[in-house]
Each structure stands twice: as structure tokens, then as C-alpha cells.
Design a protein around this ligand. Structure first.
Ligand code: KG4
Ligand code: ZN
Length: 346
């Protein structure tokens, strides 16, 4: 199937993403509508509002993506959509549109695992990594270290026992009153922070193993804030927040780097892939690059836009499965909880 243009649809959380990936010509178009403003006043994602907004935005976004690729429905040979994991209502909104369109256009539809999408996102870049590689998946919902032998051939090396790395960023930012989503804003404040003022622990790094725990760091940030902020206001309060943000970010980044170094050494695999929203963090990218250079290996990342949720990674992962003949029947479902380890090679 050389002539294979795949429409990818992502609606698992608070971004509506649509893209077209072509077997022959690569990524042809991608469009994203972020719901950040919609949820900002509530300090986090409101699932019902997310579903309704996907319903509102998805069809116009598909139209815009087709237009950008100078295509119509007849140019599409397959549809890939995020079936899970994620918010049930948000997933169903995308699944319903994807499955209906596939029926209308009489093309196959395929379910994509959101984290497989993240994992394969670096493949969209000019210089893609080669199998096997170790992947650090760091998003708002997951923190996993995975050994990747090929598409659908994943072995879990370690994961977070409590909060995901992105979730810890979000909760800490909220606690500091910095707003939502927390990752980018906390990273920005950390830039202005003093790295010497506080030192937060590097959780679970003093014992063997590749699992993570981030919920204690959030509590550490909270108690530091409570203790140090007494009587402070104005600039001095903002400086304190910057310094806490810096200590928090350094602790998360160092912890991730320590565990990745360990995973690379234990597996003997010298290629590391970082993906998911937290992979957009510049300090993480810099330190990970340095570590991989010391290990005589290479680190790969998606471009910044494709670290966070997007339709391109779903179109690409779907293409990998569609070209191998995978597709679903007319019945569709959302899989809010779906382990990456359940996937099989196509
Ligand atoms: O992959 P993603 O868009 O959605 C999920 O699948 O969860 O990841 C979103 C997460 C959020 O927790 C957000 O705060 C975090 O990624 N994030 C960042 C940065 N940009 C996004 N965390 C740290 N530094 C960043 N620059
Ligand atoms: Zn994601």
C-alpha cells in the first residue's frame, strides 16, 4: 500500500489534534486546537467541558487539515484515532467522529494507544532513532521507562508508583499559584530561580531499580513554601516561588537523568528517546544530552510541538499499524485505562 494517506485524530485530553501522514511524502498537514484557556479558570481539565469542546472543534479542524494538505476525503485511505488511555468522554468524541468518517469514506479505521503515539513521535523528525531504544515517556498521566525493540514490542523497565512527572509539575505549579498547565509556567519561573537556595531530594535514586515516585516532591515544595513564605509579599514572595520552582525542576530533572543513565547501562542500549509533554522541558533536554554524550550514546526528541499532545503522532502510529493490515470493525469503544504493555507488534 504505497498510496496510503492516513488521517490522525487525537482527543484524549485537552487538545484536539488532527493530521495527515502520507506513506510516500511524510507529514502533510497538522492542526491543533488547545483547550487550555477553557480549563484555566478551573485550575485543571474539566472532563465534561473537554468532551463538549472536542465535539465542537473536531469537524472544523478536520476540514482545515484537509485544506492544508490540499486534499478531500477521497484522498484518505485510512483513519487513526486515539482510543485510550485518557478521559472517557473526550476519547469517545474522537472515536465516534473517526469511526463515522471511516464508514462514510469506506476506509479502514485503527485504534491508536496514546502513549504509543508519544513514543513514536521522534520518528517524524528528519533524523529518526533506530530500534532498539530505551524510551522515557513523561506526560501528564504517565512516567515510564520502556525498552522498545520495534513497533508494539515494548518491555516496561520502570514506572511512577504515584504521580506522573507532568502531574507533579502541574500540582506544584498550582500550589505555588502559578496557574495551569503547570509545566511550562513552572519551567519559566525556574529560569529566574536561584539553584543554590534549596535542595530537594532525588526520590528513589539511592536504591536499585528504575521506578519513580514524584508525589513526595510536591509535598516538599508545599512545606518549603509554608515555612519560608511567612510574612513575605510582593517581589520577595515571587522570588521565593522562583527559587522553589528551580529546586523542584532540578530535582525532577536529576531524578529522570539518573534513572535513564541506569536504564541505558543496564540494557546496554545506547539510544534514548524522550517523549511526552515533559520532554519539552529545556533543562531536561540539556542534561539528558550531556548524560548520553558521557555514555557514548544519543538522545532523540520530537520537535517541541510534538512533545505535547498532537494529531501527527497518532497519524504516524496509525499508519504503522494500518500498513500492516490492522483495523477495527464497525463497533468502537473508548479505553480510558489501557496499558501500553498490552500492545502487540502489528
Ligand atoms: O503529553 P502531554 O501533552 O499530555 C498527556 O498525555 O498527559 O503532557 C502534558 C504534561 C503536563 O503535565 C504539562 O505540565 C507537562 O506535560 N509539560 C511540561 C512542559 N511542557 C509541558 N513539563 C515541564 N516542562 C515543560 N516545558
Ligand atoms: Zn499525551
Amino acid at each position: 500500500m504505497n498510496q496510503l494517506n492516513v488521517l490522525g485524530i487525537e482527543t484524549s485530553c485537552d487538545e484536539t489534534g488532527v493530521a495527515i501522514y502520507s506513506a510516500e511524502r511524510g507529514l502533510l498537514a497538522h492542526q491543533l486546537y488547545s483547550q487550555v484557556e477553557l480549563h484555566a479558570e478551573y485550575g485543571g481539565v474539566v472532563p465534561e467541558l473537554a468532551s463538549r469542546d472536542h465535539v465542537r472543534k473536531l469537524v472544523p479542524l478536520i476540514r482545515a487539515t484537509l485544506e492544508q494538505a490540499k486534499m478531500t476525503g477521497t484522498d484518505i485511505q485510512g483513519i487513526a484515532y486515539t482510543a485510550g488511555p485518557g478521559l472517557a468522554g473526550a476519547l469517545l468524541s474522537g472515536a465516534a467522529v473517526a469511526r463515522s468518517l471511516a464508514w462514510t469514506w469506506q476506509v479502514p479505521a485503527v485504534e491508536v494507544h496514546h502513549m504509543e503515539g508519544h513514543l513514536l513521535a521522534p520518528m517524524l523528525e528528519e533524523n529518526p532513532p533506530e530500534f532498539p531504544f530505551v524510551a522515557l515517556l513523561v506526560s501528564g498521566g504517565h512516567t515510564m521507562l520502556v525498552k522498545v525493540e520495534g513497533i508494539g514490542r515494548y518491555r516496561l523497565l520502570g514506572e511512577s508508583l504515584d504521580d506522573a512527572a507532568g502531574e507533579a509539575f502541574d500540582k506544584t505549579a498550582k500550589m505555588l499559584g502559578l496557574g495551569y498547565p503547570g509545566g511550562p509556567v513552572l519551567a519559566e519561573r525556574a529560569q529566574q530561580g536561584d539553584p543554590e537556595r534549596f535542595r530537594f531530594p532525588r526520590p528513589m535514586t539511592d536504591r536499585p531499580g528504575l521506578d519513580f515516585s514524584f508525589s513526595g516532591l510536591k509535598t516538599y515544595a508545599l512545606t518549603t513554601m509554608q515555612k519560608e513564605s511567612v510574612g513575605l509579599q510582593g517581589d520577595r514572595l515571587e522570588t521565593l516561588k522562583n527559587d522553589i520552582a528551580r529546586a523542584f525542576e532540578d530535582a525532577v530533572v536529576d531524578t529522570l537523568v539518573i534513572k535513564c543513565r541506569r536504564a541505558v547501562r543496564e540494557s546496554g542500549v545506547k539510544t534514548l528517546v524522550l517523549a511526552g509533554g515533559v520532554a519539552a522541558n529545556q533543562r531536561l533536554r540539556d542534561k539528558m544530552n550531556r548524560m548520553m554524550a558521557e555514555e557514548n550514546g544519543n538522545a532523540f526528541y520530537p520537535r517541541l510541538d510534538f512533545c505535547t499532545d498532537n494529531g501527527a503522532m497518532i497519524a504516524y502510529a496509525g499508519w504503522q499499524r494500518l500498513k500492516a493490515g490492522e483495523s477495527i470493525g464497525l463497533a468502537f469503544q473508548a479505553r480510558p485505562r489501557w496499558s501500553l504493555m498490552e500492545l502487540q507488534a502489528p
